[in-house]
Design a binder for this molecule. Structure first.
Ligand code: HEM
Length: 352
């Protein structure tokens, strides 16, 4: 067969095309890394801003570092199936792996000092879907925007400027409501007595294709026994893990999942704004915590409780937080898993 010769012009054209593709790829990488836009807020910058002055606790989650893992079930009563076609809301019992935690990057934090506690869930259903949610006890978020979250971390860390927090509050007045809540809301002595809120809004889609914007909360079956910060301090620095372990050993602990449906015009993109109390709620079922698991090498260790892991029938809304959280949690996950040698593993002999 005769060899086909390429003209010099077509070879040059191919080289120019290849060079152009390489240049676009390099630019795309440079943009993603933030080199072209040094002022842009990247997930790595946000995660870096969470670190305490001495640097992050290596091997640990970059926020909510102190916590305890559990397993149990989500027992759906079928009522929320009218809102979402996710299998999770069809009547049935689905396995859960979850984590009670404190909103602090310090794994050695004093339990009595952590104003905000968290509950993280990963629920799987027979159709192979997973739903993850990471909620907190505050009834609304301290800031309205993701940039505001970053500005808050910087203001809290800026010890050289005595006006840092004052300036922050002037630019982000929504922090005032959070400050009032933090200063006046009752404290409980147990993870089991707390209500945990999604704060972010999501969209539920039902089998007829109807969309509803919702938020959700997990409301405890245990009656809250209000205690003062001084009474909590008297319980030592690590009373929460011991308390929940003891309670779960004596009986499963339960929470009702309440789904709140937005009215038209409710602020869906701003987790610092609570919705009015009279919004329609649907009792979707019960979280049953059956067993406390080891935190260090237990089943939660390799779970990233990314709030955008959602089954069909649930998706993100116009709330920009879940996407930003997803990117930040992934940075945190990659860092902590790369630091495995720094993580305090359970000694072999002590494993059950
Ligand atoms: C832009 C805003 C936020 C940022 C940058 C952020 C950042 C983080 C990071 C880096 C982690 C550690 C993730 C890991 O290593 O697995 C984390 C964990 C957590 N966050 Fe956020 N967060 C944000 C907003 C929120 C909100 C709005 C909530 C609740 C409504 C929340 C609740 C939690 C909880 C409960 C955990 C613990 C998850 C676990 O058990 O692993 N966060 N957050």
């Amino acid at each position: 067969m005769a060899e086909q010769k390429r003209s010099p012009t077509s070879s040059i054209g191919s080289l120019v095309l290849i060079a152009a593709i390489v240049a676009v790829l390099v630019l795309a990488f440079a943009y993603t890394a933030g080199w072209l836009t040094p002022n842009r807020l990247t997930p790595a910058k946000i995660v870096g801003s969470l670190a305490p002055p001495g640097g992050p606790a290596l091997g640990f989650r970059r926020n909510h570092a102190k916590g305890i893992c559990f397993t149990g079930t989500f027992d759906s009563n079928g009522s929320a199936a009218a809102l979402s076609k996710a299998q999770l809301f069809a009547a049935g019992s689905y396995p859960v792996t979850g984590r009670f935690n404190l909103a602090t990057p310090d794994p050695k934090a004093n339990d009595a000092m952590a104003r905000v506690r968290g509950l993280s869930l990963s629920v799987t259903t027979p159709d192979g879907s997973t739903w993850r949610s990471a909620m907190i006890t505050a009834p609304f978020f301290p800031v309205a925007t993701v940039d505001g979250f970053y500005d808050l971390q910087k203001a809290l860390a800026d010890k050289s400027n005595p006006d840092a927090m004052k300036n922050f509050a002037a630019a982000h007045p929504e922090i005032g409501a959070f400050g009032k809540w933090a200063g006046s809301a009752p404290w409980t002595p147990s993870y089991a007595e707390d209500r945990y809120n999604s704060l972010n809004s999501f969209v539920f889609t039902n089998t007829s294709g109807q969309d509803q914007v919702v938020r959700w909360s997990f409301v405890p079956a245990a009656a809250p026994e209000n205690v003062t910060p001084d009474q909590l301090k008297a319980r030592g620095e690590n009373f929460l893990d011991a308390d929940i372990t003891k309670r779960v050993q004596s009986a499963p602990q339960q929470w009702t999942m309440l789904v709140t449906v937005a009215n038209p015009g409710d602020p869906t993109a701003d987790p610092s704004k609570a919705w009015p109390e009279d919004r329609r709620t649907v009792n979707a079922g019960t979280l049953v915590v059956k067993q406390i698991e080891a935190e260090p090498d237990g089943p939660c260790r390799d779970i990233n409780f990314d709030p955008t892991v959602l089954p069909a029938g649930m998706h993100v809304s116009d709330d920009p937080f879940p996407a930003a959280r997803s990117a930040a949690y992934s940075v945190s996950f990659n860092r902590r898993t790369a630091e495995d040698k720094d993580y305090p593993h359970t000694p072999e002999g002590a494993k059950q």
